[in-house]
Design a protein around this ligand. Structure first.
Ligand SMILES: Cc1cc2nc3c(=O)[nH]c(=O)nc-3n(C[C@H](O)[C@H](O)[C@H](O)COP(=O)(O)OP(=O)(O)OC[C@H]3O[C@@H](n4cnc5c(N)ncnc54)[C@H](O)[C@@H]3O)c2cc1C
Length: 494
Protein backbone atom coordinates (compact mmCIF):
# COMPACT_ATOMS: atom_id res chain seq x y z
CA UNK A 1 0.00 0.00 0.00
CA UNK A 2 2.99 2.26 0.66
CA UNK A 3 4.36 1.69 -2.85
CA UNK A 4 0.98 2.05 -4.55
CA UNK A 5 0.37 5.31 -2.67
CA UNK A 6 3.75 6.75 -3.54
CA UNK A 7 3.47 5.61 -7.17
CA UNK A 8 -0.02 7.03 -7.69
CA UNK A 9 0.83 10.41 -6.17
CA UNK A 10 3.98 10.69 -8.29
CA UNK A 11 2.08 9.65 -11.43
CA UNK A 12 -0.50 12.30 -10.63
CA UNK A 13 2.31 14.87 -10.59
CA UNK A 14 3.32 13.78 -14.08
CA UNK A 15 6.26 11.48 -13.28
CA UNK A 16 6.65 8.26 -15.22
CA UNK A 17 6.04 5.47 -12.70
CA UNK A 18 6.34 1.69 -12.74
CA UNK A 19 5.30 -0.39 -9.72
CA UNK A 20 6.95 -3.83 -9.83
CA UNK A 21 5.04 -6.36 -7.69
CA UNK A 22 6.22 -9.95 -7.36
CA UNK A 23 2.78 -11.37 -6.49
CA UNK A 24 -0.14 -12.04 -8.85
CA UNK A 25 -2.22 -9.27 -7.26
CA UNK A 26 -1.51 -5.87 -5.72
CA UNK A 27 -1.75 -5.05 -2.01
CA UNK A 28 0.88 -7.12 -0.14
CA UNK A 29 -0.61 -7.83 3.29
CA UNK A 30 -3.64 -5.74 2.31
CA UNK A 31 -5.07 -8.45 0.05
CA UNK A 32 -7.90 -10.96 0.15
CA UNK A 33 -8.19 -14.45 -1.29
CA UNK A 34 -11.27 -16.34 -2.46
CA UNK A 35 -11.97 -20.03 -1.98
CA UNK A 36 -15.19 -22.01 -2.50
CA UNK A 37 -17.42 -18.93 -2.37
CA UNK A 38 -15.72 -17.45 0.74
CA UNK A 39 -13.47 -14.38 0.70
CA UNK A 40 -10.83 -13.90 3.39
CA UNK A 41 -8.57 -10.95 4.21
CA UNK A 42 -4.92 -11.64 4.85
CA UNK A 43 -3.35 -8.88 6.98
CA UNK A 44 -6.26 -6.71 7.82
CA UNK A 45 -8.73 -6.61 10.70
CA UNK A 46 -9.93 -3.00 10.47
CA UNK A 47 -8.65 0.36 9.26
CA UNK A 48 -7.80 3.63 10.88
CA UNK A 49 -7.09 6.80 8.86
CA UNK A 50 -10.49 6.89 7.09
CA UNK A 51 -11.81 9.95 8.96
CA UNK A 52 -11.55 13.34 7.33
CA UNK A 53 -7.89 14.32 7.34
CA UNK A 54 -6.71 10.73 7.89
CA UNK A 55 -4.04 9.31 5.55
CA UNK A 56 -6.45 7.00 3.71
CA UNK A 57 -9.24 9.55 3.28
CA UNK A 58 -6.83 12.25 2.13
CA UNK A 59 -5.10 10.05 -0.43
CA UNK A 60 -8.32 8.69 -1.88
CA UNK A 61 -9.62 12.27 -2.26
CA UNK A 62 -6.44 13.50 -3.89
CA UNK A 63 -6.53 10.62 -6.37
CA UNK A 64 -10.16 11.48 -7.27
CA UNK A 65 -11.44 8.12 -6.04
CA UNK A 66 -13.63 9.10 -3.09
CA UNK A 67 -16.85 8.14 -4.90
CA UNK A 68 -15.53 4.65 -5.66
CA UNK A 69 -15.35 3.24 -2.14
CA UNK A 70 -17.52 3.36 0.96
CA UNK A 71 -16.34 2.56 4.44
CA UNK A 72 -18.41 1.13 7.23
CA UNK A 73 -17.76 2.81 10.56
CA UNK A 74 -17.58 0.00 13.11
CA UNK A 75 -19.83 0.22 16.17
CA UNK A 76 -17.18 -1.38 18.24
CA UNK A 77 -13.60 -1.86 17.20
CA UNK A 78 -13.12 -4.81 19.45
CA UNK A 79 -14.58 -7.13 21.97
CA UNK A 80 -12.36 -8.40 24.75
CA UNK A 81 -13.45 -11.82 25.96
CA UNK A 82 -11.96 -13.95 28.73
CA UNK A 83 -13.09 -16.42 31.36
CA UNK A 84 -14.56 -13.64 33.54
CA UNK A 85 -14.96 -10.73 31.15
CA UNK A 86 -16.71 -9.69 27.94
CA UNK A 87 -16.11 -6.03 27.14
CA UNK A 88 -17.16 -4.22 23.99
CA UNK A 89 -14.77 -1.45 23.06
CA UNK A 90 -17.36 0.84 21.48
CA UNK A 91 -15.25 3.88 22.28
CA UNK A 92 -12.54 4.62 24.76
CA UNK A 93 -15.06 6.27 27.09
CA UNK A 94 -17.54 3.40 26.65
CA UNK A 95 -14.87 0.80 27.40
CA UNK A 96 -13.82 2.84 30.43
CA UNK A 97 -17.41 2.84 31.75
CA UNK A 98 -17.71 -0.90 31.24
CA UNK A 99 -14.43 -1.52 33.02
CA UNK A 100 -15.58 0.66 35.93
CA UNK A 101 -18.71 -1.45 36.32
CA UNK A 102 -16.59 -4.59 36.53
CA UNK A 103 -13.76 -3.14 38.59
CA UNK A 104 -15.44 -0.46 40.79
CA UNK A 105 -12.46 -0.29 43.13
CA UNK A 106 -10.33 0.91 40.20
CA UNK A 107 -12.77 3.62 39.01
CA UNK A 108 -10.47 6.55 39.64
CA UNK A 109 -7.53 4.81 38.00
CA UNK A 110 -9.63 3.90 34.97
CA UNK A 111 -10.73 7.55 34.59
CA UNK A 112 -7.10 8.68 34.80
CA UNK A 113 -6.07 6.08 32.24
CA UNK A 114 -8.78 7.15 29.78
CA UNK A 115 -7.77 10.81 30.23
CA UNK A 116 -4.14 10.02 29.49
CA UNK A 117 -5.09 8.04 26.35
CA UNK A 118 -7.07 10.98 25.01
CA UNK A 119 -4.43 13.55 25.87
CA UNK A 120 -1.69 11.47 24.29
CA UNK A 121 -3.74 10.97 21.16
CA UNK A 122 -4.18 14.74 20.80
CA UNK A 123 -0.40 15.15 21.06
CA UNK A 124 0.42 12.37 18.69
CA UNK A 125 -1.81 13.36 15.73
CA UNK A 126 0.37 16.27 14.55
CA UNK A 127 3.55 14.30 15.35
CA UNK A 128 2.57 11.47 13.02
CA UNK A 129 1.81 13.89 10.19
CA UNK A 130 5.13 15.74 10.59
CA UNK A 131 7.93 14.84 8.18
CA UNK A 132 11.21 16.26 9.53
CA UNK A 133 12.99 15.28 6.29
CA UNK A 134 10.86 17.80 4.41
CA UNK A 135 11.52 20.62 6.87
CA UNK A 136 14.02 23.44 6.65
CA UNK A 137 16.60 23.77 9.43
CA UNK A 138 14.51 26.42 11.22
CA UNK A 139 11.33 24.33 10.87
CA UNK A 140 13.17 21.38 12.41
CA UNK A 141 14.21 23.48 15.42
CA UNK A 142 10.62 24.70 15.79
CA UNK A 143 9.41 21.11 15.56
CA UNK A 144 11.79 19.92 18.29
CA UNK A 145 10.80 22.85 20.52
CA UNK A 146 7.10 22.09 20.01
CA UNK A 147 7.78 18.43 20.80
CA UNK A 148 9.57 19.32 24.02
CA UNK A 149 6.89 21.77 25.17
CA UNK A 150 3.66 20.34 23.78
CA UNK A 151 4.18 16.60 23.99
CA UNK A 152 4.77 15.87 27.69
CA UNK A 153 2.87 12.59 27.53
CA UNK A 154 4.75 11.33 24.54
CA UNK A 155 7.97 11.97 26.44
CA UNK A 156 6.54 10.38 29.57
CA UNK A 157 5.26 7.18 27.99
CA UNK A 158 7.50 6.85 24.90
CA UNK A 159 10.25 5.05 26.84
CA UNK A 160 7.92 2.96 28.98
CA UNK A 161 6.91 -0.57 27.92
CA UNK A 162 3.15 -1.11 27.94
CA UNK A 163 3.55 -3.84 30.61
CA UNK A 164 4.88 -1.28 33.07
CA UNK A 165 2.22 1.25 32.11
CA UNK A 166 -0.71 -0.94 33.09
CA UNK A 167 0.71 -1.78 36.50
CA UNK A 168 1.49 1.93 37.00
CA UNK A 169 -2.24 2.67 36.71
CA UNK A 170 -3.97 -0.42 38.09
CA UNK A 171 -3.68 -2.70 41.09
CA UNK A 172 -5.95 -5.54 39.97
CA UNK A 173 -3.80 -7.95 37.90
CA UNK A 174 -6.85 -9.03 35.87
CA UNK A 175 -7.42 -5.47 34.72
CA UNK A 176 -3.77 -5.26 33.65
CA UNK A 177 -4.19 -8.34 31.52
CA UNK A 178 -7.41 -7.08 29.93
CA UNK A 179 -5.81 -3.78 28.98
CA UNK A 180 -2.66 -5.37 27.66
CA UNK A 181 -4.48 -7.74 25.34
CA UNK A 182 -6.71 -5.45 23.34
CA UNK A 183 -6.63 -5.00 19.59
CA UNK A 184 -2.89 -5.21 18.99
CA UNK A 185 -0.98 -8.47 18.74
CA UNK A 186 2.24 -7.28 20.36
CA UNK A 187 3.22 -8.43 23.83
CA UNK A 188 3.68 -6.01 26.76
CA UNK A 189 7.17 -5.01 25.59
CA UNK A 190 5.87 -2.50 23.05
CA UNK A 191 5.99 1.17 23.86
CA UNK A 192 3.11 2.44 25.97
CA UNK A 193 2.50 5.14 23.37
CA UNK A 194 1.38 2.53 20.89
CA UNK A 195 -1.05 0.91 23.33
CA UNK A 196 -2.51 4.23 24.49
CA UNK A 197 -2.87 5.52 20.93
CA UNK A 198 -4.45 2.29 19.80
CA UNK A 199 -7.06 2.48 22.54
CA UNK A 200 -7.68 6.16 21.85
CA UNK A 201 -8.30 5.32 18.18
CA UNK A 202 -10.92 2.78 19.13
CA UNK A 203 -13.90 4.83 18.01
CA UNK A 204 -12.33 5.49 14.63
CA UNK A 205 -12.28 2.01 13.11
CA UNK A 206 -13.54 1.30 9.58
CA UNK A 207 -13.93 -1.54 7.12
CA UNK A 208 -14.64 -1.33 3.34
CA UNK A 209 -18.37 -1.84 2.74
CA UNK A 210 -17.68 -4.21 -0.13
CA UNK A 211 -14.68 -6.28 -1.19
CA UNK A 212 -12.58 -6.29 1.99
CA UNK A 213 -8.85 -5.56 1.92
CA UNK A 214 -8.54 -6.27 -1.79
CA UNK A 215 -11.04 -3.50 -2.61
CA UNK A 216 -8.69 -0.96 -1.06
CA UNK A 217 -5.60 -2.33 -2.83
CA UNK A 218 -7.45 -2.43 -6.17
CA UNK A 219 -8.61 1.15 -5.65
CA UNK A 220 -5.07 2.40 -5.11
CA UNK A 221 -3.96 0.46 -8.20
CA UNK A 222 -6.67 2.29 -10.11
CA UNK A 223 -5.33 5.56 -8.69
CA UNK A 224 -1.96 4.65 -10.16
CA UNK A 225 -3.15 3.62 -13.63
CA UNK A 226 -5.75 6.43 -13.91
CA UNK A 227 -2.86 8.87 -13.67
CA UNK A 228 -0.74 7.12 -16.27
CA UNK A 229 1.37 4.92 -13.94
CA UNK A 230 1.91 1.23 -14.64
CA UNK A 231 1.91 -1.87 -12.47
CA UNK A 232 3.77 -5.02 -13.50
CA UNK A 233 2.50 -8.05 -11.54
CA UNK A 234 4.52 -11.26 -11.17
CA UNK A 235 7.58 -9.02 -11.51
CA UNK A 236 10.25 -9.48 -8.86
CA UNK A 237 13.02 -6.96 -8.34
CA UNK A 238 16.33 -8.71 -7.71
CA UNK A 239 18.66 -5.75 -7.42
CA UNK A 240 18.66 -2.00 -6.97
CA UNK A 241 21.26 -0.60 -9.36
CA UNK A 242 23.78 1.74 -7.80
CA UNK A 243 26.20 3.94 -9.71
CA UNK A 244 28.48 6.51 -8.09
CA UNK A 245 26.63 6.07 -4.81
CA UNK A 246 23.24 6.80 -6.41
CA UNK A 247 20.29 4.54 -7.17
CA UNK A 248 19.85 4.46 -10.94
CA UNK A 249 17.23 1.76 -11.50
CA UNK A 250 16.39 -1.87 -10.80
CA UNK A 251 17.21 -5.29 -12.16
CA UNK A 252 14.32 -7.73 -12.38
CA UNK A 253 14.43 -11.47 -11.73
CA UNK A 254 14.67 -12.09 -15.50
CA UNK A 255 17.81 -9.87 -15.54
CA UNK A 256 15.95 -7.12 -17.41
CA UNK A 257 17.26 -3.72 -16.24
CA UNK A 258 15.07 -0.64 -15.89
CA UNK A 259 16.80 2.70 -15.51
CA UNK A 260 15.13 5.43 -13.46
CA UNK A 261 15.89 8.72 -11.74
CA UNK A 262 14.48 7.49 -8.44
CA UNK A 263 13.85 4.12 -6.84
CA UNK A 264 11.33 3.68 -4.02
CA UNK A 265 11.45 0.36 -2.21
CA UNK A 266 8.30 -0.77 -0.44
CA UNK A 267 9.90 -4.15 0.24
CA UNK A 268 11.03 -5.39 3.64
CA UNK A 269 13.89 -3.24 5.01
CA UNK A 270 16.36 -6.11 5.47
CA UNK A 271 15.72 -7.31 1.93
CA UNK A 272 15.98 -3.77 0.54
CA UNK A 273 19.37 -3.00 2.04
CA UNK A 274 21.02 -6.38 2.57
CA UNK A 275 19.95 -8.06 -0.67
CA UNK A 276 18.68 -5.53 -3.22
CA UNK A 277 21.27 -2.83 -2.45
CA UNK A 278 24.02 -4.90 -0.83
CA UNK A 279 25.89 -4.22 2.43
CA UNK A 280 28.99 -3.10 0.50
CA UNK A 281 27.25 0.22 -0.22
CA UNK A 282 26.30 0.82 3.43
CA UNK A 283 28.01 1.73 6.67
CA UNK A 284 28.67 -1.29 8.95
CA UNK A 285 26.71 0.38 11.78
CA UNK A 286 23.64 0.73 9.56
CA UNK A 287 23.95 -2.90 8.44
CA UNK A 288 24.31 -4.07 12.05
CA UNK A 289 21.20 -2.06 13.00
CA UNK A 290 19.20 -3.91 10.35
CA UNK A 291 20.31 -7.33 11.55
CA UNK A 292 19.95 -6.59 15.24
CA UNK A 293 16.68 -4.60 15.41
CA UNK A 294 13.74 -6.56 16.65
CA UNK A 295 10.85 -7.44 14.30
CA UNK A 296 7.14 -7.42 15.01
CA UNK A 297 5.76 -10.94 15.48
CA UNK A 298 4.33 -12.93 12.64
CA UNK A 299 0.93 -14.56 12.51
CA UNK A 300 -0.66 -17.97 12.31
CA UNK A 301 -3.98 -17.51 10.55
CA UNK A 302 -6.76 -20.07 10.26
CA UNK A 303 -9.46 -19.03 7.77
CA UNK A 304 -12.74 -20.92 8.12
CA UNK A 305 -15.93 -21.02 6.09
CA UNK A 306 -18.76 -22.09 8.41
CA UNK A 307 -22.42 -22.97 7.97
CA UNK A 308 -23.69 -21.33 11.14
CA UNK A 309 -25.57 -18.10 11.87
CA UNK A 310 -23.02 -16.02 13.76
CA UNK A 311 -25.32 -12.97 13.85
CA UNK A 312 -27.94 -14.97 15.72
CA UNK A 313 -25.28 -15.99 18.24
CA UNK A 314 -24.73 -12.33 19.14
CA UNK A 315 -21.60 -11.61 17.10
CA UNK A 316 -21.44 -8.35 15.13
CA UNK A 317 -18.13 -8.51 13.22
CA UNK A 318 -16.08 -6.63 15.83
CA UNK A 319 -12.60 -8.06 16.20
CA UNK A 320 -12.57 -10.34 19.23
CA UNK A 321 -9.54 -10.60 21.43
CA UNK A 322 -9.97 -13.89 23.26
CA UNK A 323 -7.87 -14.68 26.33
CA UNK A 324 -8.30 -18.26 27.57
CA UNK A 325 -6.50 -17.39 30.85
CA UNK A 326 -5.10 -14.42 32.82
CA UNK A 327 -1.41 -15.25 32.59
CA UNK A 328 0.44 -12.82 30.30
CA UNK A 329 3.33 -15.24 29.76
CA UNK A 330 0.93 -17.87 28.48
CA UNK A 331 -1.20 -15.42 26.48
CA UNK A 332 1.81 -14.11 24.57
CA UNK A 333 3.64 -17.44 24.59
CA UNK A 334 3.63 -19.98 21.80
CA UNK A 335 1.38 -22.68 23.22
CA UNK A 336 -1.69 -22.69 20.92
CA UNK A 337 -3.86 -24.07 23.75
CA UNK A 338 -3.16 -21.07 25.97
CA UNK A 339 -2.28 -18.14 23.72
CA UNK A 340 -4.38 -15.09 22.98
CA UNK A 341 -6.44 -15.46 19.79
CA UNK A 342 -7.79 -12.69 17.56
CA UNK A 343 -11.11 -13.67 15.96
CA UNK A 344 -12.42 -11.93 12.85
CA UNK A 345 -15.83 -12.46 11.30
CA UNK A 346 -15.73 -10.15 8.29
CA UNK A 347 -18.74 -11.67 6.53
CA UNK A 348 -20.83 -10.03 9.26
CA UNK A 349 -19.54 -6.67 7.97
CA UNK A 350 -19.74 -7.54 4.26
CA UNK A 351 -22.19 -10.43 3.67
CA UNK A 352 -20.92 -10.94 0.09
CA UNK A 353 -17.85 -12.59 1.61
CA UNK A 354 -19.72 -15.85 2.26
CA UNK A 355 -22.47 -17.85 0.52
CA UNK A 356 -26.01 -17.17 1.80
CA UNK A 357 -26.53 -18.71 5.25
CA UNK A 358 -22.79 -19.08 5.85
CA UNK A 359 -20.01 -17.00 7.39
CA UNK A 360 -16.27 -16.53 7.60
CA UNK A 361 -14.32 -16.93 10.84
CA UNK A 362 -10.59 -16.23 11.02
CA UNK A 363 -8.43 -17.10 14.01
CA UNK A 364 -5.16 -15.28 14.42
CA UNK A 365 -2.39 -16.13 16.87
CA UNK A 366 0.97 -14.37 17.01
CA UNK A 367 3.03 -17.57 16.89
CA UNK A 368 6.72 -17.26 16.08
CA UNK A 369 8.40 -17.83 12.74
CA UNK A 370 10.82 -20.32 14.34
CA UNK A 371 8.09 -22.27 16.19
CA UNK A 372 9.01 -26.00 16.42
CA UNK A 373 12.16 -25.62 14.35
CA UNK A 374 10.60 -23.42 11.67
CA UNK A 375 7.31 -25.28 11.56
CA UNK A 376 9.10 -28.57 10.88
CA UNK A 377 9.89 -27.58 7.34
CA UNK A 378 12.39 -29.81 5.50
CA UNK A 379 16.13 -29.14 5.69
CA UNK A 380 16.07 -27.58 2.20
CA UNK A 381 13.34 -25.15 3.26
CA UNK A 382 10.46 -26.91 1.48
CA UNK A 383 7.22 -27.60 3.32
CA UNK A 384 6.51 -31.32 3.46
CA UNK A 385 4.32 -33.79 5.34
CA UNK A 386 5.59 -32.81 8.81
CA UNK A 387 4.93 -29.14 8.15
CA UNK A 388 1.41 -29.91 7.00
CA UNK A 389 0.71 -32.13 10.04
CA UNK A 390 2.04 -29.50 12.44
CA UNK A 391 -0.03 -26.67 11.00
CA UNK A 392 -3.17 -28.83 11.03
CA UNK A 393 -2.55 -29.77 14.64
CA UNK A 394 -1.96 -26.13 15.72
CA UNK A 395 -5.11 -25.06 13.85
CA UNK A 396 -7.10 -27.78 15.65
CA UNK A 397 -5.88 -26.51 19.02
CA UNK A 398 -6.89 -22.94 18.24
CA UNK A 399 -10.31 -24.09 17.04
CA UNK A 400 -10.77 -26.15 20.23
CA UNK A 401 -9.78 -23.14 22.35
CA UNK A 402 -12.28 -20.89 20.56
CA UNK A 403 -15.11 -23.46 20.92
CA UNK A 404 -15.65 -21.96 24.38
CA UNK A 405 -16.99 -18.79 22.81
CA UNK A 406 -18.27 -20.16 19.48
CA UNK A 407 -19.82 -23.46 20.59
CA UNK A 408 -20.16 -26.00 17.78
CA UNK A 409 -17.56 -24.29 15.57
CA UNK A 410 -15.66 -27.49 14.79
CA UNK A 411 -18.65 -29.36 13.38
CA UNK A 412 -19.83 -26.43 11.22
CA UNK A 413 -16.62 -25.94 9.25
CA UNK A 414 -17.14 -26.40 5.51
CA UNK A 415 -13.83 -24.92 4.36
CA UNK A 416 -10.49 -24.25 6.03
CA UNK A 417 -7.20 -22.66 5.02
CA UNK A 418 -4.11 -22.29 7.20
CA UNK A 419 -1.32 -19.73 6.83
CA UNK A 420 1.82 -19.97 8.98
CA UNK A 421 4.50 -17.27 9.42
CA UNK A 422 6.31 -19.06 6.57
CA UNK A 423 3.31 -18.42 4.32
CA UNK A 424 3.26 -14.71 5.19
CA UNK A 425 6.98 -14.51 4.46
CA UNK A 426 6.67 -16.42 1.18
CA UNK A 427 3.90 -14.26 -0.24
CA UNK A 428 5.18 -10.82 0.80
CA UNK A 429 8.94 -11.31 1.46
CA UNK A 430 8.57 -9.62 4.86
CA UNK A 431 11.43 -11.00 7.01
CA UNK A 432 10.21 -13.85 9.21
CA UNK A 433 6.66 -12.91 8.14
CA UNK A 434 6.79 -9.84 10.43
CA UNK A 435 3.26 -8.47 10.49
CA UNK A 436 4.10 -4.78 10.82
CA UNK A 437 7.79 -4.12 10.18
CA UNK A 438 10.08 -3.23 13.10
CA UNK A 439 8.92 -3.85 16.64
CA UNK A 440 7.63 -0.64 18.28
CA UNK A 441 9.85 -1.02 21.36
CA UNK A 442 10.34 1.96 23.69
CA UNK A 443 13.84 2.58 22.34
CA UNK A 444 13.00 1.80 18.70
CA UNK A 445 14.68 4.01 16.17
CA UNK A 446 12.44 6.38 14.23
CA UNK A 447 13.07 5.61 10.59
CA UNK A 448 12.76 7.87 7.63
CA UNK A 449 11.63 7.31 4.06
CA UNK A 450 14.97 8.81 3.03
CA UNK A 451 17.77 6.22 2.90
CA UNK A 452 21.58 6.44 3.05
CA UNK A 453 21.67 5.91 -0.74
CA UNK A 454 20.98 8.98 -2.86
CA UNK A 455 17.80 8.75 -4.97
CA UNK A 456 16.66 5.61 -3.12
CA UNK A 457 13.62 6.09 -0.88
CA UNK A 458 11.64 3.69 1.23
CA UNK A 459 7.90 3.44 1.75
CA UNK A 460 5.82 1.03 3.79
CA UNK A 461 5.48 -0.26 7.31
CA UNK A 462 9.24 -0.68 7.77
CA UNK A 463 9.45 3.10 8.08
CA UNK A 464 6.71 3.58 10.69
CA UNK A 465 6.89 1.95 14.14
CA UNK A 466 4.00 -0.46 14.56
CA UNK A 467 2.97 -0.62 10.91
CA UNK A 468 -0.71 -0.62 9.82
CA UNK A 469 -2.24 0.11 6.44
CA UNK A 470 -2.83 3.77 7.31
CA UNK A 471 0.81 4.26 8.29
CA UNK A 472 2.02 2.46 5.16
CA UNK A 473 -0.10 4.90 3.15
CA UNK A 474 1.23 7.87 5.14
CA UNK A 475 4.78 6.67 4.48
CA UNK A 476 4.02 6.47 0.74
CA UNK A 477 2.79 10.06 0.89
CA UNK A 478 5.99 11.15 2.65
CA UNK A 479 8.20 9.33 0.14
CA UNK A 480 6.32 10.92 -2.79
CA UNK A 481 6.82 14.39 -1.29
CA UNK A 482 10.54 13.73 -0.80
CA UNK A 483 10.96 12.61 -4.41
CA UNK A 484 9.05 15.64 -5.65
CA UNK A 485 11.10 17.99 -3.50
CA UNK A 486 14.36 16.46 -4.78
CA UNK A 487 13.23 16.38 -8.40
CA UNK A 488 12.18 20.04 -8.32
CA UNK A 489 15.47 21.16 -6.78
CA UNK A 490 17.33 18.96 -9.32
CA UNK A 491 15.49 20.60 -12.20
CA UNK A 492 16.04 24.12 -10.91
CA UNK A 493 19.78 23.58 -10.39
CA UNK A 494 20.11 21.98 -13.84
C1 LIG B 1 -2.21 -10.90 10.21
C2 LIG B 1 -2.09 -9.41 10.09
C3 LIG B 1 -3.07 -8.59 10.61
C4 LIG B 1 -2.99 -7.21 10.45
N1 LIG B 1 -4.02 -6.41 10.89
C5 LIG B 1 -4.03 -5.10 10.57
C6 LIG B 1 -5.17 -4.28 10.84
O1 LIG B 1 -6.16 -4.72 11.37
N2 LIG B 1 -5.13 -2.98 10.48
C7 LIG B 1 -4.05 -2.44 9.86
O2 LIG B 1 -4.08 -1.25 9.51
N3 LIG B 1 -2.94 -3.17 9.60
C8 LIG B 1 -2.92 -4.49 9.93
N4 LIG B 1 -1.81 -5.26 9.65
C9 LIG B 1 -0.59 -4.61 9.16
C10 LIG B 1 -0.73 -4.15 7.72
O3 LIG B 1 -1.34 -5.13 6.94
C11 LIG B 1 0.64 -3.80 7.17
O4 LIG B 1 1.35 -2.98 8.08
C12 LIG B 1 0.55 -3.06 5.82
O5 LIG B 1 -0.38 -3.65 4.96
C13 LIG B 1 1.91 -3.05 5.20
O6 LIG B 1 1.88 -2.45 3.93
P1 LIG B 1 3.22 -2.16 3.16
O7 LIG B 1 2.87 -1.44 1.94
O8 LIG B 1 4.18 -1.53 4.07
O9 LIG B 1 3.92 -3.56 2.82
P2 LIG B 1 3.51 -5.03 2.41
O10 LIG B 1 2.08 -5.25 2.56
O11 LIG B 1 4.45 -5.93 3.10
O12 LIG B 1 3.82 -5.04 0.87
C14 LIG B 1 5.10 -5.25 0.34
C15 LIG B 1 4.91 -5.65 -1.12
O13 LIG B 1 6.15 -5.70 -1.76
C16 LIG B 1 6.19 -6.86 -2.57
N5 LIG B 1 7.60 -7.22 -2.71
C17 LIG B 1 8.47 -7.52 -1.71
N6 LIG B 1 9.69 -7.75 -2.23
C18 LIG B 1 9.58 -7.57 -3.56
C19 LIG B 1 10.51 -7.66 -4.64
N7 LIG B 1 11.79 -7.96 -4.44
N8 LIG B 1 10.07 -7.43 -5.89
C20 LIG B 1 8.76 -7.10 -6.13
N9 LIG B 1 7.84 -7.02 -5.15
C21 LIG B 1 8.26 -7.24 -3.88
C22 LIG B 1 5.37 -7.87 -1.81
O14 LIG B 1 4.91 -8.90 -2.66
C23 LIG B 1 4.24 -7.00 -1.27
O15 LIG B 1 3.18 -6.90 -2.17
C24 LIG B 1 -1.87 -6.65 9.80
C25 LIG B 1 -0.86 -7.48 9.29
C26 LIG B 1 -0.97 -8.86 9.42
C27 LIG B 1 0.08 -9.74 8.81
Amino acid sequence: MGGLTCGSLLAKEGLSVLVAEQHVKPGGYCTSFERKGFAFDLGFDFLSGCDEGGAIAKTINELGLAHEIEFLKLNSVGRLIGRDHDIRVTSLKGAGEELKRRFPAESKNIDAFVRECKALSAEIGPLLQAVPDLMSFMQKIEFVMKFLVKCPRFRKYGMKPSGKLASHFFKDPKLNVILLTPIVDFEPGMTSVMLLECLAESDRAYYPKRGGAQALANLFTKGLTNHGGEIALKTRVNKILIEDGKATGVELADRHRIKSDYVISNADARQTFLKLVGPEYLRPKFVRGLSESRLTPSAFLVSLGVNMDLGEMGFDGALISYCPNYDLNKLFGSDPENCRIGIKMHSLLDPAQAPVGMHTVQLLAALPHDYMDYWRREKDGTRGKQYKELKESVANKLIASVEKIIPGLQEHIVYRDIATPLTFERFTSNSCGAMAGWYPAPVAKIRSQRTPIKNLFQAGHWTFPGGTVAFAIQSGRNAAQMVLKDSISYMTTK
